[in-house]
Design a protein around this ligand. Sequence first.
Ligand SMILES: [Zn+2]
Length: 260
Amino acid sequence: MAKILIQIIPFLVGTAFFSFCDLVVYRLPRGEKILLGRSRCEHCGKVLPPQDLVPVMGWLTRRGHCRFCGGSIPVHCLAMEVTGGLLSLLMAWKYGGGWALEEGGLGLSWRAWWALLVAGILVMVARMDGKTNLIPDPLNGALLAAGIWSGLLFPSPGWTARLLGTVCVSLPMYLLCRVIPDAFGGGDIKLMAAAGLMLGWQRNLLAFFLALLGGGAVAAVLLLTARIKPRDHLAFGPYLCAGIGVSMLFGDKILAWYLG
Ligand SMILES: [Zn+2]
């Protein structure tokens, strides 16, 4: 029982952080201030009381409806919060968690905090790009900062490999855009530069390869089922984010297996 209780705190940390990420995805494209201003019902505009904003519980107790007008609160709010909680537990398992740690806090090591932060940034980038076809600079800047932090937390890869990582994917993408305009979005290029500092050049190449594989497979299915036309634009950001996430978590193992 105590073991389960100990897991609740990191889970709640994840739900609260991803609830904030959901807010950013909603407010950033609208040009609204992120940190100021209380959360309002998007139907009636009334300010929601604090108890309705408690992650997961707020949604469940109101059964997904505004207490004033009864308008529905999208289920993706709940899905985001639960995802954040589960990812927090995953990061604690992968990067260290528990209460006997000398470094970190709230049941998460600093490395686990870092990984949860990166996961939140990637989910925000993926959702924003999927929705607006744009990756806002502040999010790429946040990933760059997370890359610098990872250099302080993890001795490997070294700074040379990390600096190579900033250009090994982004520079070819940029050059390709000079030949084929709009081959990639500017936000995609900046994203891969920031990811390179975090992953180092080897895992960044892997991230890009996985994104091409995933994006290519989905595009092929959508084309074959006539859901998109050959000239339609498909946001690449979500696939890049998935590739970066997988490469961050399992890149070393995949590369070791691949390189024998
Ligand atoms: Zn309402």
